[in-house]
Design a protein around this ligand. Structure first.
Ligand code: GTQ
Ligand code: FE2
Length: 348
């Protein structure tokens, strides 16, 4: 198999195998048997990584000193998969996450792009992201959506710096070569139903013929999600989990990114779980450890870690409870019929 097959090849008439290969190369054809990835079994998936808040937080202070959003548009440090061997890589397949900072009084100008994005507030409060004209308050633990092609700008009128995690579906757009971007000023801002029309649980506006591909609710406050996850029954792996949904469909909030809040009780390991989807976790409260493939990641509040596809995953809380925000590409893979999920107690 692979390049080793070269040895077994014989000449073709009066041409040596090397001459044959050169002719193929010149004609832009390639022998499959020399491709080491063809017909080989994958053993596990890409490797995970943990960005420790304790180590990263001082580096954010440096970023806040060396530049401003006025100079660079977005003061963002991307979390780059160290195993990808490429500084422009995402955090894991299909997901790019980053830490973005604003000092009190700073703003980041409007723009829009084909990529979907979410913001999960890690430290501080009092900023707003304005999404297609809707002003979304950013408090610690809040989730804000800026779906594909929505105009967005960030304004910080609080008194202390604010830091949030961005997650975007950049890698898939890049892979497909369809990433696109438009700078402000904003124009052609669509009309949405007023937030108050969604303010009561289980009641949504009856809007005929909505073409929206994403949730018309752009802000999911921490307190509501935290209340829900505390009361949620255990999911199949043993953790309590709630999903941030599009209230008009009950489906994922955006087409390529799905968001959950998960809560673990002290001491019990979740049932090992393996999936073809990819996720990034941001620890909100508590401390513990997660086994991902052959690695053990020890985490505490505000740490961020990747759960690349194909690895067996099991979480354990070492505090009375631990809560983590999880962003994934699960729903996108499911709609493409590429989602395969297994639980360790199924004999896997
Ligand atoms: O805040 O608009 O981390 O456009 C990457 C691209 C944040 C943003 C990122 C972006 C933004
Ligand atoms: Fe953006």
């Amino acid at each position: 198999m692979g390049a080793a097959g070269t040895q077994a090849m014989t000449s073709s008439g009066d041409k040596s195998y090397e001459e044959v290969r050169k002719a193929w190369r010149d004609a832009h054809v390639h022998p499959l048997w020399e491709n080491p990835l063809a017909h080989s079994e994958r053993n596990g998936g890409p490797r995970p990584h943990l960005w420790s808040w304790r180590k990263i937080r001082p580096l954010l202070d440096d970023a806040m000193k060396v530049t401003t959003p006025a100079a660079v548009e977005r003061r963002v440090l991307t979390l780059v998969d160290p195993h990808a061997g490429d500084a422009t890589a995402g955090t894991t397949t299909n997901l790019t996450t980053a830490l973005q900072m604003l000092l009190a009084g700073e703003t980041a100008r409007p723009h829009r792009h084909s990529m979907n994005a979410i913001r999960f507030v890690v430290e501080g409060s009092g900023a707003h992201t304005i999404v297609d004209g809707k002003s979304c308050l950013m408090q610690e633990g809040d989730l804000i959506l800026t779906p594909a092609w929505t105009w967005h700008e960030h304004v910080h009128s609080g008194s202390e710096p604010i830091v949030w995690m961005d997650a975007l579906d950049v890698p898939l757009h890049r892979y497909l070569g369809i990433d696109a971007f438009e700078p402000g000023p904003t124009h052609d801002v669509p009309e949405y139903a007023h937030e108050d029309a969604f303010a009561v649980a289980n009641v949504v506006p009856d809007v005929p013929g909505t073409e929206l591909k994403f949730s018309p609710v752009f802000r999911y406050p921490w307190r509501q999600a935290a209340t829900a996850v505390r009361a949620a029954p255990r999911a199949r792996d043993g953790a309590r989990r709630v999903r941030y949904v599009n209230p008009l469909t009950g489906g994922s909030a955006m087409a390529l990114m799905d968001c959950h809040l998960a809560q673990l009780d002290r001491g019990s390991d979740t049932i090992p779980f393996r999936t073809t989807s990819n996720a990034v976790c941001c620890v909100v409260e508590g401390a513990g450890a997660t086994r991902v493939g052959d690695q053990m990641l020890r985490w505490e509040a505000k740490d961020i870690f990747s759960l690349p596809h194909g690895n067996w995953i099991s979480h354990r809380a070492e505090t009375d409870k631990a809560t983590m925000f999880v962003v994934s590409d699960r729903d996108a893979l499911k709609r493409l019929d590429l989602l395969k999920e297994e639980y360790g107690n199924e004999g896997g």
